[in-house]
Design a protein around this ligand. Structure first.
Ligand code: MLC
Ligand code: AMP
Length: 536
């Protein structure tokens, strides 16, 4: 089993001690050496401690990719706190649920996100202060108008607070992160990841992918999900390498950076690879070979794998992970990278395929559910012992909810999901949360949401809606479709909105009354559904 330092903070302390002048983070033309990054992290740790953050208190990080995000994440851990990751696209429904379920005492955000937070802050009794980054004026006078119920602090005020604080590397068993992830039923649950989970997983990844201090990772993934943070940032800090961090993915900008030849690794979701291929069409030059391109968070098509190999001369390494388990399976660094598969367990981790009904292991080449076990698997769901117990077998195997099989030579293939889940551009969308919002509209009798193929995002959100016969829709179905899509955008993260909305007379149901989504899918694909279609 790969050795690890117990926490990412300890990895940072080690790197800052060994190579203080080495660049850890490049962002916006500026460089954070390991010494500078540690100083910033310590400043956040002291500031939070001085504010009154106690061990295991939750602080929500609701901000885009910036060095502040990285320093505050590490500073939270130095102060003993738990960072709650919040997707910056989240809107009222997600914010209200996550911040209240986590009982977050603090939220760190930026001016752009503040108005959305302000919409729900009255419903968050545990929230004691909002820290606003990048503020030049008094945050209380910010664009969120109205009188804030929760005090605003500028990041400068927090950072300038003096006092030494009781800062140290955290207990490896303590919870480091709470990341909300949805299920088929009920509201989303907070997955509790310990410092040890993160350190053990990234040590296994670094070994498998031969990540060293010589690497420079180009990272345009959002830091509020595990792909960007617990692989990209944690791996850089563990190995004492350098990360070239971008605020967002822009294919032209990424291509231009790759052409410069300083990057050794790039990690992305499949949509990023299809966009890089499209970008390549307008360039005569190809980037010099990279040591490693990795894809994950959703299925990479064999076609994209092959096209990328042809145009970029590199077989993308596909791997498979999830919030609760961090990274599970990976194609080999040195051996065959088999398209359409996600490879084998990382060193020191286990995987198996079980029969969905009996939960007993089954033989190779047969389809079942993927279960995993090892030091990377999370502690459980926050304040949900029932859900935690349901997810684990008696001997510690975690049921992923992903269906697949193992070939006789050990390669796993993901073939579907036991739960209803749409993956669009690497973001997860649970149909139920979109259906709930649609059903709030007075004209909607019922709604069903499913994923259909999309050339850019892999899958797209499609809604089928039955209109109430007793409610007038004077402006016609197209206007109603636009209203419904606008409602979703107002309440939920914009990527969850239906890209297509069809009106149907009724939803197909089985004898038990359950909506038969496969039947609905066929009907929509055959185009024999509905009187109107709205598109977003
Ligand atoms: C953005 N939009 C999306 C979308 N991303 N719609 C559907 N699916 C998506 N993934 C919408 C926005 O809401 C916006 O809508 C419009 O598209 C344009 O926004 P944008 O910011 O310009 O987005 P875009 O460039 O299209 O973003 C694509 C992307 C991004 C691929 C760069 O989605 C992304 O960074 N995805 C990575 C997600 C990720 O890191 N997942 C890892 C989860 S961890 P409008 O209407 O408002 O204009 C995990 C475990 C594991 O899964 O194994 O790693
Ligand atoms: P999340 O809950 O956001 O962590 O998403 C994790 C889910 O993404 C997994 O359970 C899989 O369904 C999916 N996933 C991640 N990597 C891959 C991959 N390489 N191929 C197919 N699906 C993947």
């Amino acid at each position: 089993m790969p050795t690890h330092p117990g926490s990412i903070v300890q990895a940072l302390l080690n790197a800052a001690d060994g190579t203080p002048e080495k660049p850890a983070l490049l962002f916006g033309g500026d460089t954070w050496t390991y010494r500078r990054l540690l100083d910033d992290a310590l400043a956040w740790g002291r500031g939070l401690h001085r504010w009154g953050l106690r061990p295991e208190d939750r602080i929500a990080l609701f901000l885009d990719n910036t060095p502040t995000f990285v320093a505050a994440y590490l500073g939270t851990h130095l102060a003993g706190g738990i960072a709650v990751l919040v997707n910056t696209q989240y809107r009222q429904v997600e914010l209200r649920h996550i911040l209240s379920d986590a009982d977050a005492r603090l939220c760190l955000t930026d001016r752009q996100r503040l108005p959305e937070l302000a919409r729900v802050e009255r419903e968050l009794p545990a929230l004691e202060a909002v820290i606003v980054t990048g503020a030049t004026e008094t945050p209380a006078d910010g664009p969120d108008n109205g009188t804030p119920t929760v005090p605003r602090l500028s990041a400068e005020e927090v950072l300038l607070a003096d006092g030494s604080g009781d800062l140290r590397a955290p207990d490896p068993e303590a919870t480091a992160l709470l990341i909300y992830t949805s299920g088929t039923t009920g509201p989303s649950k907070g997955a509790m990841l310990s410092h040890r989970n993160m350190a053990a997983n990234i040590a296994a990844i670094a070994e498998a992918w031969r990540w060293t201090a010589h690497d420079r990772l180009l990272l345009a993934l959002p830091l509020f999900h595990v792909h960007g943070l617990t692989v990209g940032i944690n791996g850089t800090l563990l190995t004492g390498a350098t990360v070239d961090l971008r605020s967002r993915f822009d294919a032209a900008e990424i291509y231009a950076t790759l052409l410069r030849g300083e990057t050794t690794m790039f990690f992305g979701v499949p949509t990023m690879y299809t966009r890089l291929l499209a970008e390549a069409q307008s360039h005569a030059d190809r980037p010099p070979p990279l040591r490693l391109y990795v894809s994950g968070s959703g299925p990479l098509s064999v076609q994209t794998f092959e096209e990328f190999r042809e145009r970029f001369g590199h077989p993308i390494l596909e791997r498979y992970g999830m919030t609760e388990t961090l990274m599970n399976l990976s194609n080999p660094y040195a051996g065959e990278r088999r398209p359409g598969t996600v490879g084998q367990p990382f060193p020191g981790q286990e995987a198996r395929i079980v029969d969905v009904a009996t939960r007993q292991p089954i033989t190779d080449e047969r389809m079942g559910e993927i279960e995993v076990r090892g030091p990377h698997v999370f502690k459980g769901y926050w304040r949900r012992p029932d859900a935690t117990a349901a997810a684990f077998s008696a001997d510690g195997w975690f049921a992923t909810g992903d269906l697949g099989w193992r070939s006789s030579d050990g390669y796993y293939t993901i073939a579907g999901r036991a739960r209803e889940l749409i993956i669009s551009g690497g973001y997860n969308i649970y149909p139920r949360e979109v259906e709930e919002v649609l059903q709030r509209h007075p004209a909607v009798a019922e709604a069903a949401v499913l994923g259909l193929p999309d050339p850019d995002y892999g899958e797209q959100v499609v809604a089928a809606v039955v209109v109430r016969p007793d409610v007038a829709t004077p402006n016609g179905p197209a206007a109603l479709a636009a209203d419904l899509i606008a409602l979703c955008r107002d309440q939920l993260a914009s990527y969850k909105k239906p890209r297509r909305l069809v009106f149907v007379d009724s939803l197909p149901r089985n004898a038990l009354g359950k909506v038969q989504k496969h039947v609905l899918r066929e009907r929509i694909e055959q185009g024999d559904q509905g009187t109107a279609t709205g598109r977003a």
